[in-house]
Write a protein that binds this ligand. Sequence first.
Ligand SMILES: [Zn+2]
Length: 429
Amino acid sequence: MKTLFRNALVVTQNSSRECSRLDVVVENGAITEVSKEAKGSNYDETIDCKDKLLMPGLVNTHTHAAMSLLRGYGDDLRLQEWLEKRIWPAESKLTPSDIYSGSLLSFIEMLRGGTTCFNDMYFQISEIAKAAEKISIRGLIGYGMIDLGDSSKREKELKECKNSIASIKASSPGGLIKASVCPHAPYTCSEELLRESARIARENSLKLHIHLSETRKELADSLKQKKKRPAEYLDSIGFLGPNVIAAHGVWLSKRECELLGKKGVSIAHCPASNMKLASGGVAPLPELFDAKVKVGIGTDGAASNNSHSMFSEMKLACLAQKNQRWDGTVMPAQQALDCATINGSKMLGFNGGSIEKGKDADIVLLDLNSPNLRPLHNAVSQIVYAADPSNVTDVMVGGKFVVREKKLCVKGINEEEIGKQVQKIAEKF
Ligand SMILES: [Zn+2]
């Protein structure tokens, strides 16, 4: 299958961050040409893109897809009450097929909103992988391990982790889905579990995905119990390295930012979730950038957001920094788009995030005729500050269309049916 996107306004995200009118050719799942005028012929399809903005698919670097089942269930509560009275009791009622339906719902929302790649941590991993494969979205999936210092629980969690790695390897021959190792957080995992997780990840060349320094309580408890800040503690047990993706990082000190930079750790910044759960403070992005830490953007689960819109998330990431620093020049739109595309793809270990020859064909088209995208002064500003999921008209993952003219076009997926299933599941909470 050879597809030509003709005369699109392309936001390439290449090394010179070029934005111009270009042709883009896709063949066998990859971008094979980006030029002023494609010379080839014999295209199976030519798409006239004169009214379209063409950009790389967005990358959501931290989520819990199945938590869409809990969207709007327990809003406006304090964190502990939210977890203990709402989230944990509801999660204990979820069956494997519930997890499948909830994940599928999130993946539909992501694709329709221009997100083509995600990084997930949850349980019932094979169900999440099955849903992702079914709908053709790219992602990393890992089993979230918690032992709370209990050694028999630790053994069970590690066994589940190893099983999930094997099941993902077996279920994704096309390579859209990859496994990761996910100890939940430094405060829910024993030192032994953290060390063993790091060992398994390195031995299998896998990413190591963890929550880090999300709340002030986590920081205070770490200082009290371990006499170290959370990132310093992880470093002291040999956990940190270039395969680590740490979500949140709200309460990192400047010294911890430098430490993460030195160790090659990536941060998944989740501004909406941090604000909604009132984590306090704002992740120190300028210090992380200064320390050369790779920063991606994530929505976190839909229970604490409540959407998977990466457009909202990019905008919030910029606004939160500007407001916090009293400086409109902090976190410009280009930096947010970098986090949500090229940086995110690199930190998850995929070959996407830009429109360049040789990259995976994960491509999104926006309708430039939408009222909220007129007039057009700067395409990057438009994406970050003005666009929303309703502007997405077409989405391609690995060279295959999954959304055409605003309609999901994946065989065997009935959106209305999934909506009904999810509503029924939600009624049991
Ligand atoms: Zn999370």
